[in-house]
Design a protein around this ligand. Structure first.
Ligand SMILES: Cc1cc2nc3c(=O)[nH]c(=O)nc-3n(C[C@H](O)[C@H](O)[C@H](O)COP(=O)(O)OP(=O)(O)OC[C@H]3O[C@@H](n4cnc5c(N)ncnc54)[C@H](O)[C@@H]3O)c2cc1C
Length: 375
């Protein structure tokens, strides 16, 4: 009994906040090698988390809604972790407690944040009432299912305005055009700057051609100024009629991070090469919500995925098992952009390639990623 009491006394709490890609992989690997004496918990608003890489394929009609859900509840069961349904809203670092949106608190010895970003544009008049954001994507996926059924039934005009002409906005516009083919959709992509600023010039040219072929209108160097029940208002006074306004522009960190006292870079948690907050070594941060001060990178799922083995190792080290290891992200990665139908474009080292085989490759990569999490 004495031995058991000692084990309980020594038990430490590791809390994963958010079921982003990195945490899903940590749970997956923890199941194989749990750390004795550590109680693992996952705090997540939903028991599943959607995989964004497959979102355009779902919107285009190639995948079912279920296919893009990572079953966090199952991963927790497998890892012997406690699943806590709730949303983090603050950190009391002195008391080592995570404050939840429902007013309760959750103690931790070590905590890790993987809560993503939001593409909400709360400052834009009418946005909250009439528009839907690509991220968090659960709401968009649901709204799309409902809206596209209405279009198919002839109850709604297939007019869409997409705010944001980055890769996500363009990929989603092409996916929506594909799904609505046969219904004469009118889709407009609006960007405050030039379209697709993060792609090579040749890939950008090819994608513009695809947008053109799909009949998608692009308006660049123009700010939207408000959303109404009938469309999008632009700063120059023009109105784009739309029964669906999709926000794919802003990538904003969650506001509550500002009150944690952690060092932030543009609102994202600044981390060291070990993925720990530079302010507090008991707090780790990964994925889109973190800023890697030693190697800043664009927000992309590929980094969230690659961070997973380093996070796992460093969490264990923080709990007294093994050494820390620094994460040095790759400079570039293969960007695979789906083109609506079962065809994709690849952009790496400014060399664009495209074809059905690239869609097949993307499909294989995504399927392999998701297969790890299946029961
Ligand atoms: C349309 C689209 C296509 C994309 N395609 C690609 C691609 O092909 N390749 C690529 O590399 N990247 C792509 N990205 C970017 C990629 O989706 C993100 O970089 C990736 O999802 C980041 O993962 P994450 O681990 O930061 O967490 P996320 O996947 O953003 O998940 C965060 C989780 O935290 C939970 N959460 C949120 N707030 C809280 C809270 N307060 N408390 C607790 N839990 C919370 C959420 O429910 C969510 O499950 C795409 C993005 C979009 C929008």
């Amino acid at each position: 009994m004495e031995h058991g009491d000692k084990a309980v006394a020594q038990q430490r709490n590791l809390v994963l906040v958010g079921g982003g890609h990195t945490h899903a992989l940590v749970l997956h690997h923890w199941a194989r090698a749990p750390l004795p004496g550590v109680a693992l918990s996952l705090l997540t608003p939903e028991p599943t988390a959607p995989y964004t890489g497959m979102l355009p394929g779902f919107i285009a009609g190639h995948y079912s809604r279920d296919a893009l859900e990572i079953d966090l509840a199952h991963l927790c069961r497998r890892a012997g972790a406690r699943l806590i349904l709730g949303r983090a809203a603050g950190l009391d670092r002195a008391a080592r407690a995570i404050q939840l949106a429902d007013g309760t608190a959750l103690g931790y010895d070590i905590a890790s944040l993987d809560i993503g970003i939001t593409s909400d544009l709360p400052q834009m008049p009418g946005y909250a009432e009439h528009a839907v954001s690509a991220k968090p994507l659960g709401t968009y996926a649901q709204r799309w299912e409902h809206w596209s059924k209405q279009v198919e039934a002839g109850a709604t005009q297939p007019h869409i305005a997409v705010i944001g002409g980055g890769v996500a906005g363009v990929e989603l516009a092409l996916a929506m055009a594909h799904r609505l083919r046969g219904h004469d959709p009118e889709i407009t992509v609006i960007d405050a700057g030039p379209l697709l600023p993060h792609l090579g010039a040749r890939a950008r040219g090819r994608l513009r051609l695809h947008l053109d072929r799909a009949g998608i209108t692009c308006i660049e160097q123009t700010n939207p100024s408000g959303v109404t029940g009938s469309g999008l208002i632009l700063a120059d006074g023009r109105e784009i009629p739309a029964s669906l306004v999709l926000g794919a522009a802003g990538s904003r960190p969650q506001g509550w991070l500002g009150a944690t006292g952690l060092h932030l870079s543009d609102g994202y948690v600044t981390v060291d090469p070990y993925l720990r907050s530079i302010t507090d070594p008991a707090i780790f941060a990964v994925g889109d919500c973190a800023h890697m001060a030693h190697a800043p990178r664009a927000k992309a799922g590929v980094y969230a995925v690659r961070q997973a083995p380093f996070l796992l190792r460093n969490l264990r080290a923080a709990l007294g098992a093994g050494d820390l290891r620094a994460y040095h992200p790759q400079r570039d990665y293969l960007k695979l952009v789906s083109l609506g139908g079962k065809s994709a474009l690849a952009d790496k080292w400014s060399l664009p390639l495209e074809g059905r085989w690239l869609w097949w490759l993307k499909d294989r990569i995504d399927a392999r990623f998701m297969d790890q999490f299946r029961p």
